[in-house]
Structure formats: C-alpha cells, structure tokens
Design a binder for this molecule. Sequence first.
Ligand SMILES: O=C(O)[C@H](O)[C@H](O)COP(=O)(O)O
Ligand SMILES: [Mg+2]
Length: 304
Amino acid sequence: MAPGPKHLTGDQAGISDFINKFDIFLFDCDGVLWTGDHLFSGTVETLELLRAKGKKIVFVTNNSTKSRSDYQKKLTSMGIPSNVDEIFASAYSSAIYIARILKLPAPKNKVYVLGESGIETELKSEGVEFVGGTDPAFRRDITPEDYTGLADGSLLDENVGIVLAGLDFHVNYLKLSHAYQYLARGAKFLATNTDSTLPSNHTFFPGAGSISIPLINMTGQQPIALGKPSQAMMDSIEGKFQFDRKTACMVGDRLDTDIKFGLEGKLGGTLAVLTGVSKKEEWEAEGAEVIPHYYVDKLSDLRG
Ligand SMILES: O=C(O)[C@H](O)[C@H](O)COP(=O)(O)O
Ligand SMILES: [Mg+2]
C-alpha cells in the first residue's frame, strides 16, 4: 500500500521542509484561496509569507468565466497583489490552443461559445472570431422559427468550425440546440474544463463540466478539455516561466483536476487543500489513483 500523503497541518518542521523544497507554487483559486467571493482567512498572509521567502506564485484556475485581467481585478479586490502574467485561466489556455496550436484554416475557424465574457475576452486577445457567448440574442426561449432555421442551417454561421463549452451561467435550450447543430455539422468539440461542480458559498453549484454534459450525451463525443489536468496548459505555463518542474508544487482542492495536473506534469510536489471539492476519504479509498504528496486542512495552515 503506497504511503498516504503527509498531513502538514500543525507540523511546523514539516511545513518548513515543504516550503523550502520548492521555488514556484502553482495555485488553484476556487476552493483554495476563496469560495465564490468569500476569501478564506489567512490566504493573503500565506501568499505574502511565500513571496517573502522568494517563492514564485502562479494562479492557475479552471474558471473560464473571467479573463486574466478580470482575475487580476478579483485578486486585487481580495487584497492579493498580482500581475496579469502570473495568471493562467482556462479561457486563456483555450484561446492559446485555438489560435496557436489548432490553427484551423480561415474562414472555418470561428468559434461558437457556450460560456461567459472571460472566454470572449481571451479569444479577442488572440484574434479569434466567435459567436454566441454572452450575446443577449441567445438568452430567450426557443421559437418555431428557431427549429426551422436550425434544421435548414439558415440560423447557423457557416464559418463556425469549433464549439467551445465553458461555465455558462445562462445556459438554455436554444444555446444547446445551436451548439449541437454545429457539432452535428462537424465542428470540433472543445471545453475550457470539465469540472463537475463549482465550489462557491461553502457549497457546490453546476460546474463547466455539467454544462457540456448535454452535448456529450447528444453526440457521444468527449470534448478536448484545455484546463487542468490537460498538459497543454502545463506546457504553456512551463513555456512562459521556464521553471524546473522538480522544484514546482501544485496546490489545489480537486483531485481530478489540480492534483492530477501536478502528478501527470511530474512536478516535484502536490498539495491538496480540504476547503474545496475533494475530501481525504477519496485518496484513502481502496484503489485510489490520484494521491497528493501533501495535504493541509486549509491553506493558512502553511503559516504554521
Ligand atoms: O466549473 C468550473 O469552471 C470550476 O469548478 C471552477 O471554476 C474551478 O476553478 P478552480 O478551482 O480551477 O480555480
Ligand atoms: Mg479549485
């Protein structure tokens, strides 16, 4: 039986050894720093402590509703100093993938967005055209004319070659119907991330992964997911910061995204925090495959 993760809470010597092992910490946001707009106590001081010790901090979130600059504003409003280059969100990761890796030939390279303004802002920053997203024309009930126009394609944009599904707080039958028709006509199916739930207000709400489920159910296709645990995101981060993976640690609340991201990225360490989605019983279960190196009850426990 592989030894379980080291519990650092209350272990001053263990915490000091842990921090000294790493030069860079990749921090998940939802469920680690905050739940919704509620900042966990001690978060600011813990980040300050790491920075005072010369540690590099990168914020790596699967939440695609905000752009990097939106996130910088949120971090600032929470009292957490940052620069936009230290922020990697799945909307940015997706825009980079579409513009610089997938690179569909024009004109069939437009994106149908199921998601919020964060995705739109990052696609714009990469010069990628899109339809859907926060367009108010889609925030209504489906009509008989929609059925007709979707069936004969007259309501569709012939240059859409990609459906990108993220967390959409305004998802509805009309939007899903458009997305399905594009997929049925051969559009590539991408997702910013597939988190099943969004931790907020100390409970859970539908996550991005629960927005794309209807399309998976209708098409039988699994989307290419571009947030954690996708290594495309890890490669982008490594490319930008040129860090040594052996002295990097991923800090997160979800085993199937954050900790898997760090393990598959062969980082020097992974730290699970129990204030978000995953519980220790998950990695203690018989046959558990995703086991963090360390865990704390809450992030501020790193202050000893
Ligand atoms: O549903 C989602 O998009 C995710 O639950 C959420 O936003 C995850 O954000 P993270 O924990 O990666 O900051
Ligand atoms: Mg999280």
